[in-house]
Ligand binder design. Structure first.
Ligand SMILES: NC(=O)c1ccc[n+]([C@@H]2O[C@H](COP(=O)([O-])OP(=O)(O)OC[C@H]3O[C@@H](n4cnc5c(N)ncnc54)[C@H](O)[C@@H]3O)[C@@H](O)[C@H]2O)c1
Length: 358
């Protein structure tokens, strides 16, 4: 199989986890714990190459990606040695990239912005991954435009409506390019855990009356969320959890606060109240503690390889199976098992070789 040439818009914590993962799994070929799958349609994680990258922070722009991923204010865990990649981080267009709460945390670089489509074309990138802060909605759509201009497929990790927007998905279709999104699902996130518990409990005959999920984190994304996207994240997560229940219940799920000393850790608190046989009361309370950037890595590795399969096959517009499987805000939300099957069908149809799970 050939290489998969990707570009990154935003070199924050998520980009750091993803880049480190490519090198970590190159070394852990024999026991690749932590991945969802080793091969996908014949592609391995180490077939992915990062060929260009964009950011706006002075501590990242002009540096090799291998150093920029560890530059402040990034604060996720280091788990792999990344060699010099010969990929300089280029200055992107700022637009709404820095919210009020991030002023003073992000140091905007003063050099002129790069010609993004030109950099993408020169580096031969075939996929652009959008990893901007969730509040940078104008900038996210701007990068979607640049991807189209450069002839790149677009992966929208952020919650900005791109793949879920009929207008934008149509634009990618007309540009004859694939697009997937929006808002990446975590490998082991609180929303997935919450949905699974809702399904399990209701399948057991439990009548859930009230439930909440509260998330606290310490990365710059959590700070930005506090200012700009708390309400929309709450809406998306609440809708997703509600969709797992066959009846109405009081559900609140969403990001709550920023605690700086937590670094890139995320603590999620789940509380569930209901009744079962004869109206007997039932309560569940639990805490899930994860590292935010690491939680995106395995899913992103699957998404990149699936989009490459789409490119190989000449698929254009929204890749529905990939979006439903790997994103919280796809054009169509479906039950987890159905989305997983839809994704398996997509892969095996493409490769003629059923995906081998770990
Ligand atoms: N588990 C996860 O980490 C996860 C899951 C789902 C979605 N996401 C989404 O992924 C995105 C990235 O998350 P993160 O934790 O890496 O955030 P982050 O704040 O660590 O990184 C964002 C990066 O984008 C850069 N940036 C800001 N404006 C820019 C612009 N106009 N052009 C180029 N670069 C710009 C910032 O300097 C920073 O380096 C967020 O939207 C988040 O909601 C993450």
């Amino acid at each position: 199989m050939g290489k998969i040439r990707v570009a990154l818009a935003g070199v924050g914590n998520c980009a750091s986890g993803f880049t480190q993962g490519l090198f970590y799994y190159r070394k852990e070929k024999k026991q690749p714990f932590g991945l969802r799958r080793l091969t996908l349609g014949g592609y391995f994680p180490w077939d992915i190459e990062i060929v260009s990258a964009f950011d706006i922070d002075a501590r990242k722009v002009g540096r090799d990606l291998s150093q920029a991923i560890f530059a402040e204010p990034n604060n996720t865990m280091g788990f792999a040695q990344v060699p010099d990649l010969d990929v300089l981080v280029h200055k992107g267009r700022v637009l709404d990239g820095v919210g009020q709460y991030l002023k003073g945390v992000v140091v905007v670089d003063s050099s002129p912005e790069a010609n993004v489509p030109q950099v993408l074309k020169r580096s031969d990138a075939e996929i652009l991954i959008n990893l901007l802060p969730s509040g940078a909605m104008e900038a996210s759509r701007w990068y979607a435009e640049q991807a189209m201009e450069a002839g790149c497929a677009f992966i929208n990790v952020t919650l900005t409506s791109v793949a879920s927007s009929p207008v934008w998905s149509e634009r990618f279709k007309r540009a004859e390019l694939p697009v997937v999104g929006d808002d990446l699902v975590d490998q082991m996130g609180a929303t997935t855990l919450h949905r699974t518990l809702m399904r399990l409990l209701s399948a057991q005959g439990v009548r859930i009356s009230e439930t909440y999920q509260l998330d606290v984190g310490g990365g710059t994304e959590s700070l930005d969320t506090l200012e700009r996207t708390r309400d929309v994240k709450r809406k998306i997560k609440t809708r997703t959890v509600k969709s797992a229940l066959p009846y109405e219940a009081d559900v609140v799920a969403g990001t709550t606060d920023y605690v700086d000393f937590m670094q890139n850790r995320r603590d999620s608190y789940l509380w569930i109240k209901g009744t079962y046989f004869g109206g007997a009361p039932l309560e569940i309370e639990l805490r899930l503690s994860t590292v935010d950037a690491a939680n995106a890595g395995a899913v992103l590795l699957d998404v990149v390889r699936a989009v490459k399969l789409g490119l190989d096959r000449g698929e254009v517009g929204v890749l529905s199976a990939v979006s439903a499987y790997a994103f919280k805000r796809p054009p169509t939300i479906m039950p987890l098992e159905k989305a997983a099957q839809f994704f398996e069908d997509f892969i095996s149809k493409t490769s003629g070789d059923p995906a081998r799970r770990l």
